[in-house]
Design a protein around this ligand. Structure first.
Ligand code: APR
Length: 249
């Protein structure tokens, strides 16, 4: 009998336009906690108080101390895990063309994927809230909180805070990719946050097969997903890739 892993491997081996939508879950095995669920960031801090643009504008010192400083420490140390590496290998094999990620950790690019749409921005860069000058996060000195630009404006990460718009180019390209892919791999997202959670729905409406990798079920699992692989991203990607490599060797 064909297993679900084999079924997904067959599907991916035949695909030449697979797109991945990833969320915080794919980076859990790199030591970055998710936002929701057990041990999630939003269990400890209220996103409306510390991750909303109005909170940042009103009290940047608190947002820097409670949210941004901690993120910087975690992301500085994080390295890609087998989940990220598996998606990079799928690109090398000519199966996966692009990743739409809600993550701001930059780990897909470090793993080797070349077309990564940063739907919620990136923590790799900061910019000045006065003059818009861009700084590499690695160049930011934490001697003063909040760190400031040479023009004295307050620096902020180039991420999408709650209350801010998705970068229009990212939104448009994601929609186009969802409309034209033949398989969508949805990895490690709770699918609670819109408009990201709607991307698999667009793909499905346009005929793509939706494969979900997540240890828990999500609002997509019974409504939108065709093949649900219930497991951690790293181990599951390794099993799927093991089957694909057998088919091509
Ligand atoms: N492998 C795969 N999935 C995992 C793993 C793992 N090892 N561990 C946890 N998960 C799953 C959880 O079951 C959950 O469904 O990852 C998901 C993480 O969900 P969220 O924390 O809600 O992350 P995400 O979906 O990316 O959140 C979307 O919410 O607060 C905002 O801007 C933030 O981009 C984020 C957005």
């Amino acid at each position: 009998m064909t297993t679900l892993i084999e079924e997904v491997a067959d599907l991916l081996s035949r695909s030449s336009k697979t797109i991945a939508l990833t969320g915080a879950g794919i980076s859990v095995e790199s030591g970055i906690p998710p936002f929701r669920g057990k041990g999630g960031v939003w269990e400890k801090i209220d996103p409306m108080k510390f991750a909303h643009i109005d909170a940042f504008t009103k009290d940047p010192v608190s947002v820097w101390n409670v949210l941004i400083k901690g993120m910087k420490d975690l992301l500085d140390k994080a390295r890609p895990n087998d989940g990220h590496k598996g998606l990079a290998r799928l690109e090398e094999l000519g199966i996966l063309t692009s990743i739409i990620t809600q993550n701001v950790d930059g780990l897909h690019q470090v793993a080797g994927n070349t077309d990564v749409i940063e739907f919620h921005g990136s923590f790799i860069r900061h910019f000045c809230s006065e003059c818009n000058r861009i700084y590499a996060t690695t160049d930011i000195k934490m001697t003063q909180i909040p760190p400031r630009c040479d023009c004295n404006g307050i620096l902020r990460p180039d991420i999408v805070f709650f209350g801010e718009m998705i970068p229009p180019a990212a939104l448009m390209r994601s929609q186009q990719l969802a409309e034209t892919c033949d398989v969508m791999l949805v990895v490690g997202t709770s699918a609670f946050v819109q408009p990201a959670a709607y991307i698999p729905v667009i793909a499905k409406q346009n005929g793509a097969v939706i494969v979900e990798i997540n240890p828990e079920s999500t609002p997509l699992t019974n409504q939108v997903t065709d093949l649900a692989l219930m497991g951690n991203a790293g181990e599951t990607m390794n099993r799927v890739l093991g089957e694909i490599e057998k088919r091509i060797s």
